[in-house]
Design a protein around this ligand. Structure first.
Ligand SMILES: O=C(O)CCC(=O)C(=O)O
Ligand SMILES: [Fe+2]
Length: 286
């Protein structure tokens, strides 16, 4: 099975449909490469200051720079991109709400070997989610062109339906080659890994991932972005970062205050997103 490629005019539903079928899809040239250059310029001091990874999985010749919401206005636009949010909501629509899970530039240096093939949802302590029950939906925005030679992400289309903790060989994988400005979408259940960088240049991508809002976020959004910066951000972005109750009660503040209200210094209780009675009725009707 080869990687399906869509044009930037694809609808969020089309992207979500392919994700349901294959677990991954490339949408080419979603934004102009200049947008990614702008993000790179905003992040330059942080990218330069980031050390190499401490282990093989993170990559000893790879720099991972996070906190992108706080550090880059352009990355906020990527986080909130309508095609991405629509597709994510399509894949994770069984949950009451979704949240931002992590933001990270992954810059893979020359001579980095291939990363171990894995499922990103193993981060949830290897909980064996039922096949077909997606809890995570991910993007990698190509900052540079992604090529077989420079370490394009290796994916196994269709593997989102495979058994858990499976082992794959390099020959089972395909490189998600794409020009800068394109996006690789993949579910948390898809087996994949960063490719080996056999070129002389850095391969850079922006990994922005989303999850159902009843799971713990991989990147702590409340501490990665200070309250001072958060107070300047728009409500819809803040809600996605977690300033909103997940389901009925997850994440309320003290006397059941709404988290966004608490950030802004207000006292309103707000209401949980999932009306408990309505949710139970919906589930019983299934
Ligand atoms: O950078 C990539 O191509 C993928 C990295 C990855 O899958 C990960 O670190 O979990
Ligand atoms: Fe991964």
């Amino acid at each position: 099975m080869s990687i399906e490629r869509l044009s930037p005019t694809a609808s969020p539903d089309e992207v979500a449909d392919v994700l349901g079928r294959d677990g991954c899809v490339v949408v080419e040239r979603v934004v102009d490469a200049a947008v990614l250059d702008r993000a790179r310029a905003e992040l330059a001091p942080y990218l330069e200051a980031t050390p190499f990874g401490p282990d093989e999985f993170s990559g000893r010749r790879t720099r991972r720079t996070g906190g992108l919401v706080a550090r880059s206005a352009t990355c906020r636009e990527l986080v909130m991109h309508p095609l991405v949010l629509g597709a994510v909501r399509g894949v994770l629509g069984h949950a009451t709400s979704v949240q931002l899970h992590l933001t990270q530039v992954i810059a893979i240096g020359p001579d980095e070997p291939a990363q171990q093939i894995h499922r990103d949802q193993w981060a949830f302590d290897f909980f064996p989610f039922p096949s077909g029950y997606e809890v995570q939906c991910n993007t990698i925005w190509a900052m540079t062109d992604f090529t077989e030679r420079n370490g394009a992400t290796r994916v196994i289309p269709g593997s989102h339906r495979d058994e858990d903790r499976k082992e794959f060989a390099h020959e089972d994988t395909e490189p998600a080659e794409m020009p800068a400005g394109s996006v690789l979408f993949y579910t948390g259940s898809l087996y994949h890994g960063a490719g080996a960088n056999r070129s002389t240049a850095v391969r850079a991508g922006i990994n922005i991932t989303y999850a159902v809002s009843w799971l713990r976020q991989e990147e702590n959004q409340y501490l990665s972005c200070s309250a001072e910066i958060a107070r300047e951000l728009p409500d819809d972005l803040l809600r996605l970062m977690g300033y909103q109750r997940g389901a009925y009660a997850l994440g309320y503040v003290d006397d059941m205050r709404d988290p966004l209200e608490a950030l802004r210094g207000g006292t309103a209780m707000g209401v949980g997103l999932g009306d408990l009675d309505a949710t139970l009725a919906r589930l019983r009707a299934r």
